[in-house]
Design a protein around this ligand. Structure first.
Ligand SMILES: [Zn+2]
Length: 200
């Protein structure tokens, strides 16, 4: 069963659960609840800063934070990381009891506490080896940008459902046009256009 990441590295999806045989994103109501929850959550996370950077610099200097490229943990209890700070999470997970919180919503909080207490991975802690695709996976998986655009298109096509799923449903939104405008995307906090050049 081929595994793919979408938007951020870390969370993995069974390809056939979220894509059709034509490698199109399935309608969201055809995606099982657990991967759907992560997909919806991802859209709100792709432009967020790395958690460790953020703990270092704070909101006042959020511009100094690296944008997150990696996500671990459970939706709404996740940890966002830049490549520079990924070893901290891996070290905490493997050596400092972090694995005990795997699958729990407090996974993120416990890691944040560990970081806030001044802990970090020792210098030169082995970087993670990434297996980007399942060895048995399809050779022609769409690249991550393609996948991201498909997620974005899925959002445009299923706007009301998505907003409800994300808990951001709003009565006056129900009357809006079927297609999201760029302004709507920005207002709803799911604007992905800046980092994913579109050829639409
Ligand atoms: Zn960072």
């Amino acid at each position: 069963m081929a595994k793919v990441s979408v938007g951020l590295r870390g969370w993995r999806f069974d390809e056939e659960e979220i894509f059709t045989d034509d490698e199109e994103l399935k309608p969201l109501d055809e995606i099982p609840e657990e991967p759907r929850e992560r997909l919806v959550r991802l859209v709100g996370l792709v432009e967020e800063p790395c958690d460790v950077c953020y703990l270092e610099h704070g909101e006042a200097e959020v511009h100094r934070c690296n944008q997150a490229e990696i996500v671990y943990g459970e939706p709404n209890g996740e940890v966002l990381l830049c490549p520079e700070h990924e070893p901290d999470l891996i070290y905490w997970f493997r050596e400092e009891g972090g694995s005990e919180h795997a699958g729990d919503l407090d996974f993120g909080d416990r890691f944040h506490e560990w970081v806030a207490a001044g802990n970090e991975a020792p210098d030169g802690y082995a970087p993670v080896e990434h297996v980007e695709e399942d060895p048995d996976g399809l050779p022609d998986l769409p690249d991550q940008q393609d996948i991201q655009e498909r997620v974005e298109q899925g959002f445009e096509g299923d706007r009301i459902d998505i907003l409800e799923l994300a808990g951001e449903s709003d009565d006056k939104e129900e009357d809006a046009a079927d297609k999201l405008s760029e302004d709507d995307l920005a207002e709803s906090g799911v604007d992905l256009s800046t980092d994913y050049p579109s050829n639409r």
